[in-house]
Design a protein around this ligand. Structure first.
Ligand code: NAP
Length: 265
């Protein structure tokens, strides 16, 4: 279909927390937007606020990313509305917690669909548009949980390790292009994440703010740094230590930390 509008920034998970923050920052920078999440009422309310505050055009595309067909449906909807992506922020996500043996298989399947399958397919589907755009950006929201195995957050940590790995490979493969590619790895951050994920075991260490994550993300994008930015000094030191320490020690420390976070909640 012929494109009739300015290219847009597509933001998944825009109904809450970090995704909402990315949508606000991109709107403030003058980008038109397409907002994706399940809660359409929240997306509509944000869309109205962004149109009023920044004079940008905002589309709302409600979707459940646990549905394997959702990424292609979103792409079809984007095309049907005459939109073209110049920015893709894959931010939607949630985690499961507790010992792996006690995890619910159906919930894990949703987690992998939302945290791994959907961002992978959306990145692949929209990559040609991001590469063709003047200021193409692929921003993948990962986590420090992906820097090392995370006992008691086993699937979540593995999902985020995948996201960081995938993003780094895409970064290298497209090094000579104009597109910027970045995996953002926040530590625990004050959003609805803990409530949505139903566990305090994610609160290992200091809980930072959404603005800290956004500031680190845009500083890295503006400086064309990549492929990975870890948010905050403490988290950066922790991730280096986890890589240098013997694996069994890292696992023991991680297990103790998640158990303690669960108890002190
Ligand atoms: N907060 C933290 O401590 C932290 C730390 C590191 C990384 N992260 C990552 O940051 C990202 C954003 O999380 P957040 O902290 O902003 O949490 P949040 O406030 O709970 O927001 C999560 C977003 O994901 C969307 N989402 C969840 N399941 C979805 C589904 N099935 N289909 C479509 N959208 C779905 C939610 O929208 P709907 O419910 O409306 O669908 C919501 O907009 C996630 O990828 C998370 O893993 C968070």
């Amino acid at each position: 279909m012929q494109t009739t509008r300015r290219p847009v920034a597509i933001v998944t998970g825009a109904s809450s927390g970090l995704g909402r923050g990315y949508a606000e920052r991109f709107a403030a920078r003058g980008h038109d937007l397409a907002l994706v999440a399940r809660r359409a009422d929240r997306l509509e309310e944000l869309a109205d606020a962004l149109r009023t505050a920044h004079g940008v055009q905002v589309d709302v595309i409600p979707a459940d990313l646990a549905d394997a067909l959702a990424p292609q449906r979103i792409a079809d909807e984007v095309a049907a509305r005459g939109l073209r992506a110049e920015v893709l922020v894959n931010c939607a996500g949630f985690g499961t917690a507790g010992a792996f043996a006690g995890e619910d298989a159906a919930r894990i399947a949703q987690e992998i669909a939302v945290d791994v399958t959907a961002p992978t397919l959306l990145a692949r589907i929209f990559l040609p548009d991001l590469l063709a755009a003047d200021g193409g950006i692929l921003l993948m929201v990962s986590s420090i949980a992906g820097h090392q195995p995370t006992p008691n957050l086993a699937v979540y940590g593995a999902c985020k390790a995948y996201v960081t790995s995938l993003t780094a490979s895409i970064w290298e493969e497209n090094r000579g292009s104009r597109m910027r590619v970045l995996a953002v790895c926040p530590g625990p951050t004050a959003t609805e994440f803990f409530e949505a994920s139903g566990s305090e075991q994610f609160k290992v260490g200091r809980v930072g703010t959404v603005d800290e994550v956004l500031d680190a993300s845009f500083a890295a994008l503006d400086a064309r740094r990549g492929p990975v930015v870890t948010v905050g000094w403490g988290n950066r030191i922790q991730s280096v230590a986890a890589k240098l320490a013997p694996r069994r020690l890292t696992l023991r420390v991680g297990r103790t930390a998640t158990e303690r976070a669960g108890r002190t909640a």
